[in-house]
Design a protein around this ligand. Structure first.
Ligand code: PAF
Length: 279
């Protein structure tokens, strides 16, 4: 597997991959790869001839008091996993290549970025939209694949790609979960053993609320019950549990298809997000 760190070499390598009309799928990541990421790679292999993975821990999507410095980084381990999974090219620029001195352009997807994680993490989605637009321009893939665990992120990237006329398909991959239901996340590595055991309360409460709402229970009551169950299960606080239109992300007081239950909660220093389809 080629590991590339500068844009000129990347362009040459991607041009070579595309020779003979071959297609390229991009899987953007921040590294600390787990089976969820590898399921995106496998989807990439199903839909395209070549898979390019990017690893870049993007400073502009972390707030000043967030975990940018502590974010787990192990490129050698990640590269070995990707090589095993048949990835031909790893794009791993450093911060100075992604954001050269004087970099001053950013993208804001105003309508979809204000609520939920956008409210709890000001500037986060501007950082995501900007780096993803740059990754699209750098790699020029035919298709890009993102996990559905970050449902709001996926909706924002779809809207950004549509609004800015990026000529590529964007695919969402189903959430990969541990057997007890916890969604796989690089941030699960922060959990102590006790926190990890308690964390199962989060998907448990959301799954129960999604099922209750789908079978006609009152939305407000179901959301309140889920919040209470998450805190009773050992979480310190809940940022939000909300029923949303799956595409526009508009908050819904009553269920209508397509709906998604979206949530974020904090346990110790770790903030976890998750979501479930409703109905
Ligand atoms: O989901 C992630 O890991 C990141 O937000 C992404 C899409 C790679 C952008 O930095």
């Amino acid at each position: 597997m080629q590991i590339i760190r500068d844009i000129a070499t990347l362009h040459r390598a991607v041009t070579a991959l595309k020779q003979g009309g071959k297609s390229v799928a991009l899987v953007p990541t921040m590294g600390a790869l787990h089976d969820g990421h590898l399921s995106l790679v496998r989807m990439g292999r199903r839909v395209a001839d070549h898979v390019v993975v990017s690893i870049f821990v993007n400073p502009t999507q972390f707030g000043p008091n967030e975990d940018y410095a502590a974010y787990p980084r192990d490129e050698a381990r990640d590269a070995a996993l990707l090589a095993q999974d048949g990835v031909g090219l790893l794009w791993a620029p450093d911060v100075g290549i992604m954001y050269p001195a004087g970099h001053s352009t950013h993208i804001e997807v105003a309508e979809l970025g204000a609520d939920y994680c956008g409210a709890a993490r000001p500037g986060h989605f501007d950082g995501v939209a900007t780096v993803v637009a740059k990754l699209f321009n750098q790699v020029r893939p035919d298709v890009a694949i993102f996990g559905e665990k970050d449902w709001q992120q996926l909706a924002i990237i779809r809207r950004m790609a549509r609004d800015l006329d990026f000529a590529l398909d964007i695919l969402g991959a189903p959430i990969a979960r541990d057997p007890d239901g916890l969604a796989l996340s690089s941030r699960n590595a922060y959990l102590t053993q006790d926190q990890r055991a308690a964390a199962t309360a989060f998907p448990g409460a959301l799954k129960a609320a999604a099922a209750a709402i789908a079978s006609g229970a009152d939305v407000g009551e179901s959301l309140a019950k889920a919040e209470a169950a998450i805190v009773a299960g050992g979480f310190d606080s809940v940022d939000y549990v909300a029923l949303a239109d799956a595409n526009s992300l508009e908050r819904l007081a009553a269920c209508r298809a397509p709906a998604r239950l979206l949530a974020a909660a904090r346990i110790g220093k770790t903030r976890l997000i998750d979501n479930y389809p409703v109905g």
